[in-house]
Every structure is written in structure tokens, then in C-alpha cells.
Design a binder for this molecule. Structure first.
Ligand SMILES: [Cu+2]
Length: 667
């Protein structure tokens, strides 16, 4: 029935040796570097016999603290890749003028700005934000873990799988050349017949499942697993912003899954949802993807608004000003973030009335955001401010983000947007709010909760270096883009004729180098802190005199978080407990019921990666095989009844005694 040719086609599909980019020197060097780096890492792990430890203690862990840390490691690794793309773009744009074509051919440049956007949003910002929420929220609400620990592990590995597919596209085939949102008809099969857009679709679909499941998980956790007494208006602000973020994730990510699903149908089976003919409508894709896209930017920033509230209150030594208005502002932003998506394409020609509606809703969002800024300032007012590193990132955020917000309001005015749409002004604006808001917030949050996770603080000297390089680097890199945008220079251009513009791109490139120093200082900070961990150790569990519940546990907290579920009386639960003269219980401990680690999550995600890869290359037989195996393993896992155990009471007693000794012997 099948001759030799058919069978090879069914097995290997479009995959062939040509898919390996041996012709491209840049990719070849990167390939060699990555293989070398990968091999030495595998070698080191094997040499130090760490595979068993990594598998048992980390890869199969269902502990929210470890999963949170793994998300953050994934985000930081992908930050290096995403930033390498940024450096290449800046270098190309600084040199490609007049006769000089630069070092990146146009199709390679297109892949780089597409990969940069996709990686920074989906595989840097999302994992870092999800990692912070995963680590902190259960500790802040007095819970032992998230609602669905196994699902949490699986969600992480699905996110990592999506990242693996994007990385694979660097060396096998190519990535999309469409921009980070893959607008059709360019992303349709007619204009993008290669595997690039399929890599884009499958990596986001697989990671999207992980994000949606972790959204459901955290939502159920916050709604159902708060300690007694912690009513909604007694929840810490970070937990509130996480709640709203996960509501947005559950409401918005299915739209992304659906629109990418429709695009896949157009590409695989020739439907006409987004084509130029047969009744297709590309603008429907643009509407749908921004109905996800704009809530997405608030999914990213809201948790960091929560971080800033925690940091400002702690380092001002004062209760957060306007707790209730902070909560209401968060809820209002959450609702409004769903009503502004069309500001991304005022130029679609939908008419003055529609544009005015979306312009006004967009401007209104700045009101609750402004309320937050004023609440932080009033918290600092007359506070005893300690300029620790998390507080520096927070103050850098306030200045940078407010300016970014103002340029956002400018773009929300449709006539102004008609001039500035898709110019470098827009690029400067969204980097202004994403770097100034999301990145600065993540750095503040990581530095703030690092001692809780690892038991020692990060070295403040290198922390301050990283902060100042990032802050100055940001303004040096993006101010020229605001100016070039006003001059009408469009985004995504790999070569220029007008020599007078070159100086601005060279300044911007220098700014990017300063940011590179900021990243290097952060990596040095991690290494130096690890080496100096004894002198930086936090013996109190409360290194910053925090106010919320996570600071009541030791650093790092025990696997079960709390031996006794605390009783809550105030949104600053720990502060309130300290005022009430909280005594650590030394007796009455019971065995603690815990879920077991499991390898099912990483195995199912691995099978999903195989399915995605084989679908990208149309290797139908292996695709069918991996899909069937995936289903079989998922069903088999439901029959694994031995999925929990008890920590015996005497082990709890021993752990608590150790920690109480640790906590009290250094008072
Ligand atoms: Cu938007």
C-alpha cells in the first residue's frame, strides 16, 4: 500500500539535513557555543552525580516553592537569549546605513525581532511572574501549597517545552519572520510556507496550556485555601494583584489558543479564516489576538504592582496607604484592560466613534494606575525609608513607568497615534512600561523574596550596580527611539538610507550595552552572594522586618510551610501577629498530609514537545504515535493512587525545633 517513498514521507515529513542552517556563520557559531555549553553542563551534572538529586528533588517536585524557583531559572535563562537578540538588533541598526548592509540579512533580522518579542513576553516575563506568584502566594495566604500540586508541576514543564521548541527553531529550520503576533496574511501558508510560523504556533499553544492551567490553579488556591480569618479584604496586596492576574489569564488565554488554532487550520487544512480571499478576514485575527494581547500586558504588570506595594510598605516601615483603594484600583484596571484592545490598531479605519471609545477607555486606565502611584508616595511620606536594593528598583520604577504611562496616553489619542503608529516611538513606549514596570518589578521581587527562598540575602553592592546600569542603560537606549519615532522612523527596519539618523541608533546601541552590564552585574550578584552566603545568611526568617505572613516562616520555609495554620486578623498578618506577641508553638504537632513528587508532569510535557515538533515538520506517523502515547500516559497517571504520604509528627517536631532554634538563637 505504501511504497518506500510514502513511508519516508510519513516518518520524516519536511525534515531533512537542509533544515540545519550550516550555511549561516552566525547560527553555526551559536550552535557550536550552545552544544559546547550544553555538553559541559551535562558533563558536570554527571561528574558530580547530580541527576538523581535533580530528578527526585526538582524535576518531579510538586512543591510550589521549588516550582516557583524553576520558573524563575527558566525565565532568567531565556532572558539571556532574548537579550542577545536585542543586542543583535541594536548592533545591526547602528551600523546598517547607506552602503553598509550590516551583518544580518533581512530575513534573519525579521526572525530575530520576532523571536525577541515572543521570548521576552512568553518565556521571560510570563515564567518570572508565574514563578513569583507560585513561590509567594501560598506563603502569604497561610496555605501548605497550591490547590493542584501535580498540575503545577505539569504546567511548569509545558512552559519549558514551549521554550524548548523556540530554542530548537534556532538550529533546526527557522523561526517565524512575522513579528511577535504573527499577523496574517503574512503568517498564512501562502506568504510563510516554511516551518517558522508552525514553530511559533506550537510553542505558544503548548506553553499556553501550561499558563492557563497555572492560572486556574492559582485562582482556586487564592479563593479556597486562605487561612481562617483571611477574608478578601484582609488579603495582602500581592495576593490581590495575583488574583486579578489569574482571572485575566483564565479569561484571555483561551482566546489566544482559539485564534492560533484557527490560523493552524488555515495553514494545515486550507480553511479561510484569515486569508485575503474566500471570505477570510485578517483583521478578525488582529482583533482576536489583541483581545488576548492587551489583557496580557496587565497579566504581566499587575503582580509587580503588588510587589511594589509590599516593598514600599516594608521599606517605609509603614502600613500601606489606601489599602482599600489599592484593591479597588486593581479590580478596575482588570476590568478596563479588557475594553481597550483596539488602541493597537486605531489605523484599521474603524471610524471616529469606535476609535474615540477605545481611546477614552485607554486614557481612563491611567486613573486607577495614578491612584496606585499616589498611594505608594503617601506610604513613603513621613516613612523611615531604607534604601535597600528592592526599594531602589521600586523608585526607579515609579519615575520610569510614569513617563512610559504618559507616552501611552499620547498614543491613546487616535490622531496622534495615526502619526506614531508602528514607529520607533511605539517601541520606546512599550519598552518604557515593560522594562520600567515589569522588569524593574521582577528585580525588586526577586531581591525581596530571595532570602526567603534560599536563606541568605543577595549582595547589595552588585545589586546596586545592576540597578544603576539598568536604569541609565534604559534611558540611553530608548530616549533616542522616542526621538526617532517623532521623526517618523518605522519599526522593524534592518537598513537605513538617511545617514543623519545613524547617531541616534549608535547612542541606543550604547544604551543596550549598559543594560548588558546590568544583566552581568545581576549574574555576578548571584555568584558573589552564593560564595558569601554565610555572611549574608538570614537567621530570623524576617530579614526586612516584613509585614505579611510569608515572613513568619523560617528561610527557606519547611516543605509543609506551616506546622499550624495561622489565624489572621489583618492584611499585614505577620505585623499584627508580632504586635500580639506571637509565640512559636513548641508542641501539639500532628502528622502532615503531603502529596508525593511525580515524574508524570515532565513525561507528559516531553511527549507534548515531541508531538509539537513532529506536527511542525509534518512527520505524521511519529506525530500520531506521540499523541497516542500522551493520552495513554495521562490516563495511566490517573490510576496511580499512591500519590500522597504523611510527614510523621516527630519529624515535624524535629523540623520545627530546628527552625525555632535557628530563629531564636540569633535574636
Ligand atoms: Cu494595549
Amino acid at each position: 500500500m505504501f511504497d518506500q517513498l510514502d513511508l519516508t514521507k510519513l516518518i520524516f515529513g519536511r525534515l531533512s539535513w537542509e533544515a540545519i542552517p550550516l550555511h549561516d556563520p552566525i547560527l553555526l557559531v551559536t550552535f557550536a557555543a550552545v552544544v559546547l555549553g550544553g555538553l559541559s553542563m551535562v558533563g558536570a551534572i554527571t561528574y558530580f552525580k547530580l541527576w538523581g538529586y535533580l530528578w527526585k528533588e526538582w524535576f518531579t517536585s510538586i512543591d510550589h516553592k521549588k516550582i516557583g524557583i524553576m520558573y524563575i531559572i527558566l525565565g532568567l535563562v531565556m532572558l539571556l537569549r532574548g537579550f542577545a537578540d536585542a543586542l543583535m538588533m541594536r548592533a545591526q541598526q547602528a551600523m546598517a546605513f547607506g552602503d553598509n548592509a550590516g551583518f544580518l540579512p533581512p530575513h534573519h533580522y525579521d526572525q530575530i525581532f520576532t523571536a525577541h518579542g515572543v521570548i521576552m513576553i512568553f518565556f521571560v516575563a510570563m515564567p518570572l511572574v508565574t514563578g513569583l506568584m507560585n513561590f509567594v502566594v501560598p506563603l502569604q495566604i497561610g496555605a501548605r501549597d497550591v490547590a493542584f500540586p501535580f498540575l503545577n508541576n505539569f504546567s511548569f514543564w509545558m512552559t519549558a517545552s514551549g521554550a524548548a521548541l523556540v530554542m530548537a527553531s534556532l538550529f533546526v529550520g527557522e523561526f517565524a519572520k512575522t513579528g511577535w503576533l504573527a499577523y496574517p496574511p503574512l503568517s498564512g501558508i501562502l506568504h510563510s510556507p516554511d516551518v517558522g510560523v508552525d514553530y511559533y504556533i506550537w510553542s505558544l499553544q503548548i506553553a499556553g496550556v501550561g499558563t492557563l492551567l497555572s492560572g486556574i490553579n492559582l485562582l482556586a488556591t487564592i479563593i479556597k485555601m486562605r487561612a481562617p480569618g483571611m477574608t478578601l479584604m484582609k488579603m495582602p496586596v500581592f495576593t490581590w494583584t495575583s488574583l486579578c492576574t489569574n482571572v485575566l489569564i483564565v479569561a484571555a488565554f483561551p482566546v489566544l489558543t482559539a485564534v492560533l488554532g484557527l490560523l493552524s487550520l488555515d495553514r494545515y487544512v486550507g480553511t479561510n479564516f484569515f486569508t485575503n480571499d474566500f471570505g477570510g478576514n485578517a483583521m478578525m485575527y488582529v482583533n482576536l489576538i489583541w483581545i488576548w494581547g492587551h489583557p496580557e500586558v496587565y497579566i504581566l504588570i499587575l503582580p509587580l504592582f503588588g510587589v511594589f506595594s509590599e516593598v514600599v510598605s516594608t521599606f517605609s516601615g509603614k502600613k500601606l496607604f489606601g489599602y482599600a483603594s489599592m484593591v479597588y484600583a486593581t479590580v478596575v484596571i482588570t476590568i478596563l484592560s479588557y475594553l481597550v484592545w483596539l488602541h493597537h490598531f486605531f489605523t484599521m479605519g474603524s471610524g471616529a466613534s469606535v476609535n474615540s471609545f477605545f481611546g477614552i477607555t485607554t486614557m481612563i486606565i491611567s486613573i486607577p494606575t495614578g491612584a496606585k502611584i499616589f498611594n505608594w508616595l503617601f506610604t513613603m511620606y513621613k516613612g523611615r525609608i531604607r534604601f535597600e536594593v528592592p526599594m531602589l528598583w521600586t523608585m526607579g520604577f515609579m519615575i520610569t513607568f510614569v513617563i512610559g504611562g504618559m507616552t501611552g496616553v499620547m498614543l491613546a489619542v487616535p490622531p496622534a497615534d495615526f502619526v506614531l503608529h508602528n514607529s520607533l516611538f511605539l517601541i520606546a513606549h512599550f519598552h518604557n512600561v515593560i522594562i520600567g514596570g515589569v522588569l524593574f518589578g521582577l528585580m525588586a521581587g526577586i531581591t525581596y523574596w530571595f532570602p526567603k527562598a534560599f536563606g541568605y540575602k543577595l549582595d547589595p553592592f552588585w545589586g546596586k550596580c545592576s540597578f544603576w546600569f539598568w536604569l541609565i542603560g534604559f534611558w540611553v537606549a530608548f530616549t533616542p527611539l522616542y526621538i526617532l519615532g517623532f521623526m517618523g522612523v518605522t519599526r522593524r527596519t534592518s537598513h537605513f538610507q538617511d545617514m543623519s539618523l545613524q547617531i541616534w541608533f549608535q547612542i541606543a546601541a550604547f544604551g543596550a550595552v549598559l543594560i548588558a552590564f546590568g544583566i552581568a552585574c545581576f549574574l555576578i550578584q548571584l555568584v558573589v552572594s552564593f560564595r558569601k552566603r554565610e555572611s549574608l545568611r538570614d537567621h530570623t526568617g524576617d530579614p526586612w522586618q516584613g509585614r505579611t505572613l510569608e515572613w513568619s516562616t523560617s528561610s527557606p520555609p519547611p516543605a509543609y510551610n506551616f506546622a499550624f495554620t495561622p489565624r489572621i486578623h489583618d492584611n499585614d498578618a505577620w505585623w499584627d501577629m508580632k504586635q500580639r506577641g506571637y509565640e512559636r508553638p513548641l508542641s501539639g504537632f500532628l502528622p502532615i498530609h503531603m502529596p508525593k513528587n511525580t515524574g508524570a508532569g515532565i513525561i507528559l510535557a516531553g511527549l507534548s514537545t515531541a508531538f509539537g515538533f513532529t506536527m511542525i515538520w509534518q512527520m505524521w506517523l511519529p506525530a500520531a504515535l506521540s499523541f497516542i502515547t500522551l493520552i495513554v500516559v495521562a490516563i495511566a497517571h490517573t490510576f496511580n493512587y499512591k500519590r500522597d504520604y504523611y510527614i510523621p509528627a516527630d519529624e515535624v517536631i524535629r523540623t520545627e525545633a530546628e527552625r525555632t532554634h535557628l530563629l531564636t538563637s540569633h535574636v
